[in-house]
Design a protein around this ligand. Structure first.
Ligand code: TRP
Length: 341
């Protein structure tokens, strides 16, 4: 069986470093592992519309932001097909047929749908399209016969069978810079992949740590300490050699912090150095692509054509299985001849 990756993101804003450690960085590693026969990366604009129908221009604008984020982290259009969900009408068609295979109560029990309904205060006014998006997501995955779906942890209930999650706990769900569980644009607690250097620095310096760690000599706690969670997600032993040679590794740094005698500022400066080194090449590549925007446009256009070819083949198979293939072969006509002899 060929190994096929399908994954995607809703284009409702620029992508941030939570997306990066949770799903973009692993995607690039999987892409470059050479282990996959096909890799498809989808900008899920149709799904984004399920809770943004009042703001179609927001979704439209963010198509290119997400595409630029993809390319700048190292997704390579020669190895990965990047495409836009709405342009593959076969996906919508598949969803309509799949809706017959799922009960309302099954969708209602989906923990992600439940949480999102609460988060958006939808309650009784849930758009039907939003409610059914897990079904549409099943269409996305099966249309391309994906065997592996690298996504963030929030997508787990959507993907019972073929999910790939990061191995490192800190990468599963990177908290916001304020220590809140989720990075979200509306909370203003995100570091974006496209943030300029000074903004990254300002965000790191104002990050939530241990509120009881007032004096440097106080023992510090790691529990819920965002700076250390970010270090868990980003730092390697080489970073110590480069930027903080007094310590060999993160365990040593953590031990010192817990003992007391290590100030937040020193740890934040270290984190800042690591983040800057990781994000600078991404930002530079983004600028290159921004100055070649026609090239990006064509990557998307060609990606859509390629994706459509694959999805239309699957739709044909599904329609045949559901007995909806009246004109694809002579069978239907033969049935008519037998019945109306
Ligand atoms: N729900 C995903 C998100 O919010 C986007 C998405 C749509 C997706 N269809 C998918 C992810 C299929 C993986 C597979 O980011």
């Amino acid at each position: 069986m060929p190994k096929i990756i399908l994954t995607g993101d809703r284009p409702t804003g620029k992508l941030h470093i939570g997306h990066y450690v949770g799903s973009l960085r692993p995607r690039v590693q999987l892409q470059n592992s050479g282990e996959f026969d096909k890799i498809l990366i989808m900008i899920a604009d149709a799904q984004a519309l399920t809770d943004n129908a009042d703001h179609p221009e927001k979704v439209r604008q963010n198509i290119i932001e997400v595409a630029l984020d993809y390319l700048s982290v190292g997704l390579d259009p020669k190895k990965s097909t990047i495409f836009i969900q709405s342009q593959i009408s076969e996906l919508t068609e598949l969803s309509f047929y799949y809706m017959n295979l799922v009960t309302v109560s099954r969708v209602q029990r989906n923990p992600t749908v439940k949480a999102e309904i609460q988060m958006r205060n939808f309650e009784a006014s849930i758009p039907v399209g939003f409610f059914t998006y897990p079904i549409s997501q099943a269409s996305d995955i099966t249309a391309f016969k994906a065997t592996d779906v690298p996504v963030g942890e929030d997508q787990k209930p959507m993907l019972e069978q073929n999910i790939i999650l990061p191995k490192n706990d800190a990468c599963l769900r990177l908290p916001g810079t304020d220590g809140k569980a989720k990075m979200s644009k509306s909370l203003g607690n995100c570091i974006y992949l496209s943030d300029p250097e000074n903004e990254i620095k300002a965000k790191v310096m104002s990050m939530f740590t241990d509120p009881n760690h007032l004096k440097i000599t106080d023992p510090g706690s790691l529990e819920g300490n965002t700076v250390f969670t970010y270090l868990d997600a980003f730092c390697t032993d080489e970073d110590f050699a480069k930027y903080l040679p007094d310590y060999k590794n993160l365990d040593e740094l953590k031990a010192h912090y817990q003992r007391g005698g290590l100030g937040d500022m020193k740890v934040k400066k270290f984190l800042n150095a690591i983040l800057q080194a990781e994000l600078e090449p991404i930002r530079n590549r983004r600028k290159e692509y921004e100055s070649n925007i026609d090239f990006v446009y064509n990557i998307l256009k060609e990606g859509c054509e390629k994706a459509r070819e694959i999805a239309s083949q699957t739709l044909k198979e599904v329609k045949a299985a559901m007995k909806l293939d009246y004109f694809d072969n002579e069978e239907f006509l033969k049935e008519l001849h037998t019945r109306f002899k």
